[in-house]
Design a protein around this ligand. Structure first.
Ligand SMILES: CC(C)(COP(=O)(O)OP(=O)(O)OC[C@H]1O[C@@H](n2cnc3c(N)ncnc32)[C@H](O)[C@@H]1OP(=O)(O)O)[C@@H](O)C(=O)NCCC(=O)NCCS
Length: 212
C-alpha cells in the first residue's frame, strides 16, 4: 500500500479533525487546525493513500458511492487521509522559556494503518521542518502516562527525554509526561534516517534540474 507524506493544507483540516476524533480523546475545533496551518504552514503533515476500498471509477452502486462520499477521510477523488501530525512554534507571550521552540499539538494514525512506520515518518518531517524553517531549538509535547504506543515512539524511536510528570494534565484526570527533544538539523535530515527513500525529500530544491 503506497503512503504519501506531504505538508498539510487548509483543504485537509476536516479530514485531520476526523482522524483526531477517531483516535484521541483530545479534540479541537476546526479553527485550531486552521490556526496551525495558516501560522506555521510548514509544520504539519498528513499521510495519505489513494488505495481506498475502491477507486471511484470501480464503484458499482449508488449506495457505495454515497458511503465513500460520506467518509470524511477522503479529501479529494480517491485520496484519503490516514494520519497527521499537527505542529507549531510556541507562541505564548507568557511562556517562561523564550528560546524558539516547537510543540507537537497532536499526532494520530488510523487504526488499520498503524505499525507501519507512518507516525515516525510524520514526526521526523515535522521535527525537520520546525528546525529548518522556524529555527526551533527543541520541540516539546505531552503524552498520557498510559499511552504505551506513543511513549515507545517518542522515547525509544525518536529519543525524546521525559522532563517531568504533569499531574492531572488531561481532562479525565490522567497524568502526562512532558517530553522534549533538542533539535540538531544535521541529525534530522531526511537522508540521515532509515527508509528515507520512502519519504518526500524536502531537502532537495524542487526547481533543481529544470534548466538542464
Ligand atoms: C501512537 C501512534 C501515533 C503510533 O502510530 P504508528 O504509525 O503505529 O507508529 P509507527 O509505526 O511509526 O511506530 C513507531 C514505533 O512505535 C512502536 N509502536 C507503535 N505502536 C505500538 C504499540 N501499540 N505498542 C508498542 N510499541 C508501538 C513501533 O513498534 C515503532 O517502534 P520501533 O521504532 O522500535 O520499531 C498510533 O498508535 C495512534 O494514532 N494512536 C492513537 C493516537 C495517539 O495516541 N497519538 C499520540 C498522542 S500523544
Amino acid at each position: 500500500m503506497a503512503i504519501t507524506i506531504r505538508r498539510a493544507t487548509i483543504n485537509d483540516v476536516q479530514a485531520m479533525q476526523n482522524a483526531n476524533l477517531h483516535n484521541l480523546p483530545e479534540n479541537y475545533q476546526l479553527k485550531y487546525y486552521m490556526y496551525h496551518i495558516l501560522s506555521w504552514p510548514q509544520a504539519s503533515f498528513v499521510a495519505t493513500t489513494t488505495e481506498g476500498p475502491k477507486e471511484l471509477d470501480e464503484i458499482e452502486t449508488e449506495a457505495e458511492l454515497q458511503n465513500i462520499k460520506a467518509d470524511p477521510s477522503y479529501i479529494s477523488k480517491g485520496e484519503k487521509i490516514v494520519g497527521y501530525v499537527l505542529g507549531k512554534m510556541e507562541d505564548d507571550p507568557e511562556a517562561a522559556d523564550k528560546t524558539p521552540h516547537g510543540h507537537v499539538t497532536s499526532l494520530s494514525v488510523m487504526r488499520t494503518y498503524r505499525r507501519q512506520g507512518i507516525a515516525e515518518k510524520l514526526m521526523r518531517q515535522a521535527l525537520f521542518a520546525l528546525s529548518e524553517t522556524f529555527k526551533a531549538e527543541y520541540v516539546s509535547l505531552h503524552v498520557r502516562k498510559s499511552n504505551r504506543a506513543a511513549l515507545h515512539l517518542y522515547r525509544d524511536t525518536l529519543k525524546f527525554e521525559v522532563l517531568s510528570i504533569e499531574k492531572s494534565y488531561y481532562q479525565d484526570g490522567e497524568d502526562a509526561y512532558s517530553m522534549k527533544k533538542v533539535l540538531k538539523l544535521d541529525e534530522l535530515l531526511p537522508s540521515s534516517f532509515s527508509n528515507a527513500d520512502e519519504v518526500d525529500d524536502l531537502e532537495s530544491d524542487l526547481l533543481e534540474g529544470l534548466d538542464e
